[in-house]
Design a protein around this ligand. Structure first.
Ligand SMILES: C[S@@+](CC[C@H](N)C(=O)[O-])C[C@H]1O[C@@H](n2cnc3c(N)ncnc32)[C@H](O)[C@@H]1O
Length: 291
């Protein structure tokens, strides 16, 4: 299947990285290789280390980037980026881009279980070799734990009602498909406005299954250690929970005298980009520089 993921705020990211052809750069969320390709084209001759926990994404990116030299693509979690870089024989890098969240591959490819629009198994694992699936969470977690996950990671005000309906429904039959879960949620809270009522719960489950927030805070610390003086750290986040983690982590590192914050306020996509690529609409770019 042909999936295209349009890299978000590509020009802004390339400018913020202050690329040079002798530099070593990490794309901590390689995805389908959009930002990585931009870096390699812009800083010809540079070294690129691309990391993704999704084997399929790495394969697609490998094909896309095969014309470039000095490219290392590694399947791993970005919280391990320091180990990845060290295992390749590098100590320091000149820039890092981390583009959090899911890619088009997750949402559009069949059978990944991220979308409430599709009738497919409730999976949501970015790394398909990991153990925890959304189906496991939905069918085995206690009602209170489900409610907490949906509240904390989905910022869903009807979390208790939704958790109760899930537990009620699973007593009859195991909940196995995305559509089934979306219907249970819709019945529990009704439809209001344009946004599907399952949106926040699906976000919450995805965050839980992939430990996304924990990964993100560890990645900022790991990346901070790796950066060379004047090296730039660019993070694209897509919802308030992610953005808060990045903002606070950058501030803490700035207080400790390790970082200079470049973006006092996050950069958001131009209106034109938001129109052309609706999935960029919620993006926020924060940039910090190692001192
Ligand atoms: C928004 S996409 C990146 C898209 C990419 N910038 C591009 O232009 O094609 C995010 C990617 O990060 C990966 N990812 C998310 N969390 C990760 C983690 N903790 N460790 C490694 N990769 C992760 C996902 O598998 C996904 O492929």
């Amino acid at each position: 299947m042909d999936v295209i993921h349009v890299p978000v705020m590509l020009e802004e990211v390339l400018a913020a990285l202050e690329l040079k052809s002798s530099g070593i750069y990490i794309d901590a969320t390689l995805g389908l290789g959009g930002h990585a390709e931009g870096i390699l084209q812009c800083a010809q001759g540079c070294t690129l280390i691309g990391i993704d926990r999704d084997e399929n994404a790495i394969e697609i990116a490998r094909e896309r980037l095969k014309g470039f030299e000095k490219v290392h693509l590694i399947k791993n979690r970005f919280s391990n980026m320091k180990d990845v870089v060290n295992s390749l024989g590098y100590e320091k890098v000149n820039g890092i881009i981390l583009d959090a969240g899911v890619s088009t591959l997750h949402l559009k490819a069949e059978g990944r279980g991220f979308s409430f629009m599709r009738d497919e198994p409730l999976d949501m694992r970015m790394d398909q070799s990991s153990d925890l699936t959304a189906e496991k969470v939905v069918n085995s977690y206690k009602e209170k734990d489900l409610a907490d996950i949906i509240y904390q990671y989905g910022e869903e005000r009807y979390s208790r009602r939704i958790a109760k309906s899930i537990v009620f429904a699973r007593r009859k039959n195991r909940i196995t498909s995305c559509k089934e879960l979306a219907t249970i949620i819709e019945k529990a809270v009704g439809r209001r406005g344009r946004i599907h009522p399952a949106t926040r719960s699906f976000q919450a489950l995805r965050i839980k299954v992939n430990s996304e927030l924990d990964e993100l805070s560890k990645a900022v610390d790991s990346g901070a250690e790796l950066l060379e003086e004047k090296g730039r750290f660019c993070v694209l986040s897509y919802h308030s929970l992610e953005d808060r983690i990045v903002k606070n982590a950058f501030r803490k590192l700035a207080k400790e005298g390790l970082f200079r914050i470049i973006t006092k306020k996050p950069i958001v996509p131009e209106r034109e980009e938001q129109k052309l690529n609706p999935s960029s609409r919620s993006a926020k770019l924060r940039v910090a520089e190692k001192i």
